[in-house]
Design a protein around this ligand. Structure first.
Ligand code: CTP
Ligand code: MG
Length: 186
């Protein structure tokens, strides 16, 4: 029971820098688009106005800040965790969140987001319009891939993290629909 709880907690812990990096640009982004307003040879924008330089930088900065907070908190959390479960080397590797891993989780999240937008523009999905799954998973998968030289969690952590990421999206959409903020529950 506690083992499962620890598994879920650490999966969330692993995802925090990528989640922060991915979600903060909407609050602090804007300004010059990364593609400089240019169009691809198919006539559509390369990335679109939704992907800005400031959003990218702010995302990386806050993602790294999150990682620094996590690694500072780790020595205090480890003994608490150890009261309930055996903290394995792998578990403490995630808990201590190496700063290079937090940096690469953040850069990866934002790069995955850019790649997603690139593909969305290629199939004529306008900036801001949703691309289910791609919008929710591109950033987390790219974050984990880029960070893998510094942090290689067992597949189960990635699977739980991906499931939670999709779950949060589904729940927030359902709540938005119930509150009348969204037209559709998806
Ligand atoms: N944002 C930003 N810079 C980034 C990423 C996001 O400034 N690198 C801001 C933009 O204001 C963007 C908002 O965060 O509109 C929401 O981000 P996102 O949903 O990723 O972009 P979309 O506007 O939906 O564009 P796209 O269709 O290309 O995903
Ligand atoms: Mg969007």
């Amino acid at each position: 029971m506690y083992e499962l709880l620890a598994l879920i907690e650490l999966s969330i812990w692993l995802g925090l820098p990528a989640w922060i990096a991915n979600s903060m640009p909407v609050l602090f982004g804007g300004g010059t688009p990364i593609d400089g307003g240019r169009h691809f040879r198919d006539g559509y924008r390369i990335l679109g106005n939704g992907k800005t330089i400031r959003g990218f930088i702010v995302g990386v900065f806050l993602g790294v800040l999150t990682g620094i907070g996590q690694s500072l908190a780790a020595p205090y959390l480890e003994p608490i965790m150890a009261e309930y479960v055996t903290v394995t080397t792998e578990m403490s590797a995630i808990l201590y969140m190496p700063i290079p891993a937090a940096f690469l989780l953040s850069v990866g999240a934002l790069t995955g987001d850019l790649i997603g937008s690139f593909f969305k523009r290629r199939i004529d999905i306008k900036s801001g319009n949703p691309a289910p799954v791609l919008d929710q998973l591109g950033f987390i998968i790219m974050g984990l891939l880029l960070a893998s030289p510094f942090l290689q969690p067992a597949g189960i952590y990635a699977m739980i993290l991906i499931s939670i990421t999709l779950g949060i999206h589904w729940i927030s959409n359902a709540v938005g629909y119930l509150l009348g903020l969204k037209k559709h529950p998806w």
